[in-house]
Write a protein that binds this ligand. Structure first.
Ligand SMILES: Cc1cc2nc3c(=O)[nH]c(=O)nc-3n(C[C@H](O)[C@H](O)[C@H](O)COP(=O)(O)OP(=O)(O)OC[C@H]3O[C@@H](n4cnc5c(N)ncnc54)[C@H](O)[C@@H]3O)c2cc1C
Length: 420
């Protein structure tokens, strides 16, 4: 064991980096093992929005019917590739069982709490450590083409307000004034002044920079191929043949945490939810702030040096192909709302796998019956938004400090981890 290693973190996305940084800042000796480059997987090409506005759970009443309808359209934001996959079938069933009004309501508080706390922690971290990641408390606007859909959102607005999320309704005229990049004739919008955005790849790079400054060791091209606990220590065996040991092991491999669990004979219900993005140079008329184009579920983010469209939830296993139909659907969908839906130069077409749990909450904490084994994963569509609070929560729990928010809704043992 390297003398300094008290915690091994496996996975160097925004979650592993946030945990490593928060631990290192508290004086814990951390070594992070990342098989590729830091922050280069799901944490790079995402939309970079920070969204307390998204506190309502995905498993909502009526969602199963909507999802089935979407399955029939190649332009729709949701798709399940039909195939024999018992783990996915179990996942979908558990998700569908939660689409009732009572469960939906109960699930709002823990999601809202983590999102709101994270927003505050991230803003403080950016300020205190001078992170150069394009963070702006910009707000975010939902845009509706369909007046009936906007009217139906009234109950959601009331629910969000109950949980402290400020919502400002915009009628058609106010929306046009608020966001001149939109096409005329849209129905209206909802503005969330508490949201923000940042440049996700720069945020990951900045987390790595300050984690290293605080004393963390960050190893790239360090693929973990075996995990076991022996003689009171966790052993992580790398593809290159090296082994690292430490009393505590934190699995932070996002969509791959299920595979890491398999190395230990444990099962976590994390499915890869594939999403796509396209990044361009800024168009002549660029939105002032992030937008969600509601009926198409497309997120639009603009930075000083670029413009990104992102969307789609495809359950197709770990299929690493870029689907041209899905990418084209992004541009077609954006054209329904934006005067300039694409930029003059296309810089990147990208996909990433969101680590999806069926209860739409991340898994954060120590695994019961496995002393020293910790998990920080399953952040789904909200990994950037929840990253700062997740890192702090793990670091506080590991160092025996009292956590700023109640950790119980996120504990790993809410799932049955024994493969059946
Ligand atoms: C299209 C799209 C748009 C999105 N937009 C937003 C948004 O606007 N706001 C938001 O909050 N979230 C957004 N998300 C979600 C967000 O990107 C994810 O929740 C987040 O990136 C997950 O981070 P992570 O660190 O858990 O996973 P990852 O970033 O995937 O990191 C996991 C890391 O583990 C490493 N790894 C895996 N196996 C091993 C191994 N055996 N050994 C060593 N390392 C290993 C991987 O290489 C990877 O780097 C979006 C996602 C998509 C797809």
């Amino acid at each position: 064991m390297d003398a300094a290693d008290e915690v091994l973190v496996v996975g160097g996305g925004v979650i592993g980096l946030s945990c490593a940084q928060a631990l290192a800042e508290r004086g814990v000796g951390v070594r992070l093992l990342e098989r590729g480059a830091l922050g280069a997987a799901t944490s790079s090409g995402n939309c970079g929005t920070l969204t307390p506005s998204h506190a309502l759970p995905l498993a909502a009443p009526g969602m199963v019917r909507t999802a089935l309808r979407w399955m029939l359209s190649p332009d729709a934001p949701f798709y399940v590739r039909p195939r024999f996959d018992p783990a996915l079938a179990r996942w979908l069933l558990r998700f569908a069982q939660r689409c009732d009004a009572t469960t939906f309501r109960e699930a709002i508080a823990p999601k809202a709490r983590l999102l709101q706390h994270s927003q505050a922690v991230l803003a403080a971290l950016v300020r205190a450590r001078g992170l150069d990641c394009g963070f702006v408390r910009s707000g975010l606007t939902y845009v509706f083409r369909d007046a009936a859909a906007l009217a139906r959102s009234a109950s959601d607005q009331a629910l969000l307000a109950e949980y402290g999320v400020v919502v400002e309704p915009l009628d058609a005229g106010a929306l046009a004034e608020h966001e001149p990049a939109l096409r005329p004739g849209l129905a209206g919008g909802l503005h969330f002044p508490g949201d923000g955005h940042l440049r996700p790849e720069r945020y990951a790079a900045e987390l790595a920079r300050i984690a290293a400054l605080d004393g963390a060791t960050l190893d790239e091209r360090a693929e973990v191929v075996g995990l076991e606990r022996r003689d009171g220590l966790w052993h992580a065996r790398l593809a290159c043949g090296r082994t690292h040991r430490a009393p505590r092991l934190l699995l932070a491999g996002g969509p791959w945490v299920g595979r890491m669990g398999q190395m230990l004979g444990l099962r976590w219900p994390i499915q890869p939810g594939k999403g796509y993005s396209i990044t361009y140079d800024r168009p002549a008329l660029t939105p002032r702030r992030p937008l969600v184009l509601k009926e198409r579920s497309i997120c639009v983010t603009a930075w000083d040096d670029g413009f990104r469209l992102g969307s789609t939830m495809e359950f197709a296993g770990y299929d690493a192909r870029l689907n041209p139909t899905r990418l084209a659907a992004l541009e077609r969908g954006a054209a329904d709302y934006l005067q300039h839906p694409t930029g003059p130069v296309k810089r990147e077409e990208w996909f990433g796998w969101r680590p999806m749990t069926w209860d739409d909450l991340p898994i954060l904490g120590e695994v019961r019956g496995h002393p020293g084994l910790w998990v920080a994963a399953g952040h789904g569509m909200m990994g950037v938004s929840m990253s700062a609070a997740s890192g702090n929560l793990i670091a506080d729990l590991m160092t025996g400090r009292s956590a700023a928010i109640d950790p119980s809704p996120y504990r790993p043992d809410r799932f049955n981890t024994v493969p059946g």
